[in-house]
Design a protein. Structure first.
Length: 304
């Protein structure tokens, strides 16, 4: 059975927790390894060009369909199978690639208030040693410089193009054009504050038993690295590559516990939030029609 549903993003919008909850369902198969990245061919090309021969040799991204399907070879009696790669959302080609792979695929997209999402994403990129600028506002302002110079990073530079993550209208329309009724959009607010109803609707969309209740665990909270240089991909990637695939999820979870600690982020100053919301208001207005809720009011964009 080919995978037939995909959680495509947005990053830092509950995708890790949702992956965990869906994988508990007896009718659903999901590989333990999250973020396979196979269908974001443009991301893959950029990353391989940027990272050089050393990291290319140790890349964990599947090289072909057969290698990709190896992640699903343990499917047993499950009714459906899926995967979760939040970075698909910002790919320009993933929707077509997924459709070509399986035209009956269902797409799950989660939308989070832009300022909160970017602030959380900035912390995550710091943790995994992609972002070097610790000041959130400065990191946002560096985007144009990074686009227009030979800025060096281990991975693809576009990880650091923060504005692209919140072009929600573009991302929604990309999937809607190709998958139409097979697109299910979730508000992060509902996933967080009205989980039972939201999860039941999702299970109905996936055509599995909607009465199933997962065991809850909050995952992927904000973290900082205890020993930052151990996050360097020139150390992590080769080590990960030589570990047998079946052991990677288990050993990865141990590594994260050993080299990370939960850390509450300092709230952004209210003036900064107001200014960013003014900047993002047109984007929020452009997607309001896709939701029953009024996002302008829900996210306090009417108070900027």
């Amino acid at each position: 059975m080919k995978p037939n549903f995909f959680i495509v993003g947005a990053p830092k919008s509950g995708t890790t927790s949702l992956h965990n909850y869906l994988s508990q369902h007896p009718e659903i198969y999901m590989p333990k390894y999250k973020e396979i990245n196979f269908f974001a061919k443009d991301h893959i090309k950029e990353e391989l060009e940027n990272s050089g021969n050393f990291l290319n040799k140790f890349s964990l991204i599947p090289k072909d369909v057969n290698e990709y399907l190896n992640y699903f070879k343990k499917i047993n009696n499950e009714k459906i199978a899926g995967e979760c790669t939040p970075w698909y959302m910002t790919s320009d080609v993933d929707a077509k690639e997924i459709y070509n792979f399986n035209p009956n695929s269902k797409i799950i997209l989660i939308i989070r208030e832009p300022v909160e999402m970017l602030y959380s994403l900035h912390s995550q990129l710091l943790f995994v040693d992609i972002e070097k600028e610790e000041d959130f506002q400065k990191a946002l302002k560096l985007e144009e410089f990074r686009k227009n110079t030979e800025y060096k990073t281990y991975y693809r530079k576009s990880y650091l193009y923060y504005s692209y993550y919140i072009t929600y209208k573009k991302h929604i329309e990309k999937y809607h054009k190709i998958f139409s009724k097979n697109l299910h959009i979730i508000l992060f607010d509902n996933l967080k504050n009205n989980f039972n109803v939201t999860f039941k609707k999702l299970l109905s969309f996936l055509d599995v038993d909607p009465s199933f209740k997962p065991s809850f665990e909050i995952l992927n909270q904000n973290k900082i690295a205890k020993i930052k240089f151990l996050q360097n991909p020139y150390i992590k990637t080769p080590i990960t590559k030589i570990i047998p695939k079946l052991l990677r999820p288990f050993l990865s979870s141990i590594y994260k516990k050993l080299n990370s600690k939960d850390m509450l982020r300092e709230p952004l100053p209210s003036a900064v939030v107001r200014n960013l919301k003014k900047q993002f208001l047109p984007e929020v207005e452009s997607i309001n029609k896709y939701f029953d809720e009024d996002l302008i009011s829900l996210w306090n964009y009417d108070k900027t």
